[in-house]
Design a protein around this ligand. Structure first.
Ligand SMILES: Cc1cc2nc3c(=O)[nH]c(=O)nc-3n(C[C@H](O)[C@H](O)[C@H](O)COP(=O)(O)O)c2cc1C
Length: 250
């Protein structure tokens, strides 16, 4: 294991962006030397001096580390895909996507998620239309419509019509949990060599009738799935320093 410590003046440079560049470079180098992998790149501030600590190229000595690193790689290279080649997606791959969603964590293990696999041209066309006519969606051969079911938290005999303005506390919880499962699916799609995009630009009253979804369910997203016909650049992300806090907010 090689440990590399570098000190830099806090004012002289933006350590976070350097970390990011160093990190990307190391990921590339780690790729070249397949037996080694990046372990971590950390930034600490000590007495007003930014210190970058890079610990990298540790030999992989157990399967878990290899899994962890490959996950990070997939997270980094995933993109929202809005252009697909004219090729159907194997059923086994769809099952695998759904399985990754099924295994997601949820508050109190309530598992509020349901998924509707949509392949028919008519349904896809109708769904793209109510999603503000995002025509690109139609190049995807499969849509997975992700539905949160509040019945894991509220009894059947309570009448409910859920929409964007519903006050139910439980609605937030089921949207939160279903969103985690969708995130898992997006990563599994990347892992399987598939492209995907989460579409949520629609309203409940428009999407519901297309797929006969009852009024006590809430559609969290339509996930377009297919083989990518584009390689979009990474969309920008906020800098570490903007979003990471240590111990307290301030
Ligand atoms: C909840 C949610 C809703 C989204 N809705 C849409 C959408 O309706 N149409 C679309 O083209 N992209 C949609 N996206 C994709 C985002 O635009 C995309 O994730 C973001 O720009 C970052 O790009 P990346 O996914 O390639 O990293 C959505 C993403 C999320 C998480």
């Amino acid at each position: 294991m090689l440990v590399f410590v570098r000190k830099l003046s806090g004012r002289a440079c933006n350590t976070v962006s350097i970390i990011h560049k160093v990190y990307k470079l190391l990921v590339k180098v780690a790729f070249l030397f397949q037996t080694n992998t990046l372990v971590s790149v950390n930034n600490v501030i000590y007495n007003g001096i930014n210190v970058i600590i890079c610990i990298y190229f540790k030999n992989i000595d157990d399967g878990r580390k290899e899994e962890y690193n490959s996950m990070l790689k997939e997270i980094e290279i995933r993109r929202s895909i809005r252009k697909y080649i004219d090729k159907s997606v194997e059923d086994e791959k769809i099952i695998q996507l759904l399985e990754s969603a099924r295994l997601a964590p949820s508050g109190s293990n309530t598992q509020p998620w349901n998924f509707i696999v949509v392949k028919s041209e008519l349904n896809r066309k109708n769904l793209a239309e109510i999603a503000h006519n995002q025509k690109w969606m139609l190049s995807a051969p499969v849509f997975i419509v992700c539905v949160a079911d509040i019945r894991c938290r509220i009894e059947e005999n309570v009448n409910l019509l859920l929409n964007e303005n519903s006050p139910q506390e439980e609605l937030k919880q089921i949207i939160r949990d279903t969103s985690i499962s969708v995130g898992y699916m997006l990563l599994e799609a990347e892992n399987l060599g598939l492209g995907a995009c989460w579409v949520a630009w629609f309203t409940q009253d428009k999407i519901r009738p297309i797929l006969n979804i009852p009024t006590d369910k809430y559609v969290v997203g339509i996930i377009t799935i297919g083989y990518a016909n584009e390689t979009p650049k990474a969309r920008p992300r906020k800098k570490f320093e903007e979003i990471i806090h240590y111990e307290t907010w301030e």
